[in-house]
Design a protein around this ligand. Structure first.
Ligand SMILES: Cc1cc2nc3c(=O)[nH]c(=O)nc-3n(C[C@H](O)[C@H](O)[C@H](O)COP(=O)(O)OP(=O)(O)OC[C@H]3O[C@@H](n4cnc5c(N)ncnc54)[C@H](O)[C@@H]3O)c2cc1C
Length: 560
């Protein structure tokens, strides 16, 4: 193997860069190469959704993203000069009630600079030519370096983040399957002088094809995306754009175009995300319709999912089998994202008069329901995605027959009510909610995400309402054993309701006073229970009650 490099990343787009930052943050030795001499200057993907903002915050990059981007608070859909729908992103369940509009070139710049702070440089002008799987934990890569000389290296793990036209997929004998759409879209970044709000997305449904406008950073600047009809030719000039914008039936003057292009939509993905020591992530594994702006976000989240697993395996804290869960978790997400963006693309591309009428009526009726607004916002923000079917998530609950009819403060056994509340709380595979809780009534409230903001797993041991010394002894025993065996990559927190620390609790580690019981309520923790949270913010395991034997049975499956 070459030096101590453990991971070779092919491609420094948003997916490869996110993976590199996440691995570097965990101290994994890596190389990241990109065939292009320079990063692309084009804006391309603009939208960063709530889920991706949550992970940028975890990576410590939130402020840089927020200051380089512009916040979009709502989506409006118009037809025939009338507004059909106003979808406010304020109604979602994220701390970030907006979509961030930021050019992909800025996203890549922020990630590249973050990587440099870890002492890792993108090797530009370096191309992967051939890739061979030597054995399940070793690959051999042939590169052409920036000066044209060849290099051959052997490395434990390779991740192909080389985009839709990359070579890794082909070297593995995989291909993007599915169909290429007929739809043709024009894209332009321009200045628009008009009277519309500059913090809302606009979509105009018209018989000539849909037109969408997305504010971008800079006074009066917008991204225009317009469907080009079959057999029509798009004129990539200001005049051509001015014609397209007539579909909005608004008075608008365009000027100063910085990018005009057009593209055809594909809906394709691979059947496998991994062959032995080689993984695929981002556009190398799936290409989408840009409707909903999910492409970049899905790639970044692939990388975020793979990074912590790869780091634990490389550092010999977890079994290699943990890596099987990458494909098991991410491939179904790509498949369902492809399906939903495909449906949305078809809906906006309807041409017959009757179907357009039906679509307009439906859009206007649905948007009047608050619950539908929230679901749509969470869906767009990618907050509703879960890994409930993953092979590495699990839970244990006693049968309801073991629960007591009425609550008691002197027994740790759950009541019926506690049993039901635990059942209704987030389950393994769900993203944890960013609960805001009071730890000290005299200070400002805290966020759960801030408590969990590092690269480790977090074990939350909930006290529940009963306060027995037997209960505290059990919590401390579980906490101590986990800390002793897995303390390097797992942190234990005792979550205690109320403002007073119980005299019999001797735990010296993290104790969270849940003064307003917000955490207990959100996690259905009326009785003693535990939740293990993964580094990517999803629930790995939970149990009611906190049973040490069963917890260790779960941990022993995954961790060494
Ligand atoms: C016009 C347009 C608008 C879009 N709008 C949105 C949007 O609003 N929201 C959204 O989420 N997505 C959008 N997308 C999609 C988004 O741009 C992609 O999903 C995203 O770039 C994928 O990132 P990636 O890192 O996986 O791949 P890429 O960005 O394609 O990066 C792959 C990298 O690999 C390098 N590479 C390729 N082959 C090799 C090799 N052999 N050796 C070394 N390096 C190699 C390439 O040079 C490239 O830098 C848009 C795309 C386009 C084209």
């Amino acid at each position: 193997m070459t030096d101590d490099i453990q991971v070779l990343i092919i491609g420094a787009g948003p997916t490869g860069l996110t993976l590199a930052v996440e691995l570097a943050r965990r101290g994994v030795p890596l190389r990241i190469i990109d065939a292009a001499q320079e990063p692309s200057p084009h804006s391309r993907a603009l939208t960063i959704h709530a889920k991706s903002l949550e992970l940028m915050e975890d990576m410590g990059l939130l402020e840089e993203f927020l200051s380089a981007g512009t916040r979009i608070h709502a989506l409006n859909v118009y037809a025939e000069g009338k507004r059909l729908t106003h979808l406010s992103f304020e109604d979602g369940s994220s701390t970030f009630p907006f979509v961030l509009s930021i050019p992909q070139s800025d996203t890549e710049r922020i990630l590249t600079e973050a990587l440099k702070r870890f002492g890792v440089e993108v090797e530009r002008g370096v191309r992967l030519e051939r890739l061979t799987v030597v054995h399940p934990e070793l690959a051999s890569a042939q590169l052409t370096l920036a000066d044209g000389s060849p290099e051959e290296l052997e490395v434990s793990w390779v991740v192909g983040c080389d985009g839709a036209h990359g070579v890794v997929r082909g070297e593995l004998g995989l291909e993007l399957e599915g169909r290429a759409h007929q739809e043709n879209f024009a894209i332009a970044d321009v200045h628009i002088a008009w009277s519309m709000p500059d913090d809302e997305m606009l979509s105009f449904l018209s018989p000539e094809g849909t037109l969408a406008m997305l504010p971008t950073p800079g006074e009066g600047r917008y991204r225009i995306v317009a469907e080009v009809g079959q057999g029509e030719e798009f004129d990539p000039s200001l005049d051509g754009l001015q014609k397209l914008i007539k579909r909005s039936a608004m008075r608008a003057t365009l000027s100063d175009p910085t990018w005009i292009t057009n593209f055809r939509i594909h809906r394709q993905m691979v059947r496998r995300y991994r062959k032995g020591p080689v993984f695929l992530a981002g556009d190398a594994a799936h290409v989408h319709s840009p409707i909903g702006g999910q492409g970049l976000n899905t790639g970044v989240q692939d990388a975020y999912n793979l990074a912590w697993k790869l780091a634990l395996v490389v550092q010999k804290h977890a079994y290699v089998s943990l890596l099987d869960s990458y494909e098991a978790e991410r491939l179904p997400i790509a498949a369902s994202t492809l399906e939903s963006t495909d449906r949305a693309t078809r809906a906006i591309s309807l041409r017959s008069g009757l179907s357009q009428q039906l679509r307009s009526n439906l859009a206007s009726v649905l948007s009047n329901f608050e619950v539908i607004q929230q679901r749509l916002t969470d869906r767009l923000g990618m907050l509703n995605l879960n890994y409930r079917q993953s092979p590495i998530v699990d839970q244990h609950r006693e049968a309801i027959t073991s629960a007591r009819l009425l609550p008691s403060r002197s027994s740790e056994a759950p009541s019926w009510r506690d049993w039901v509340d635990f059942g209704a709380a987030p389950v393994p595979g769900d993203r944890i909610p960013d609960v805001v809780y009071d730890e000290n009534p005299d200070r400002s409230p805290k966020r759960l995400f801030s408590l969990l903001k590092d690269t480790r797993h977090h074990l939350l041991l909930f006290d529940g309402q009963a306060q027995t010394s037997e209960g505290y002894r059990n919590m401390e025993r579980v906490g101590r054993l986990v800390q002793n065996r897995f303390g390097h990559h797992m942190q234990v927190h005792m979550i205690i309701p109320g403002s007073r620390r119980p005299a019999t609790l001797r735990w010296r580690g993290s104790v969270v006073q849940d003064v307003d019981s917000a955490l207990h309520q959100r996690f259905g923790a009326g009785a003693d229970c535990l939740y293990l949270i993964r580094p990517d913010g999803y629930i790995a395991y939970r149990s009611q009650p906190s049973d040490m034997r069963l917890l260790f049975r779960y941990l022993d499956r995954i961790f060494i």
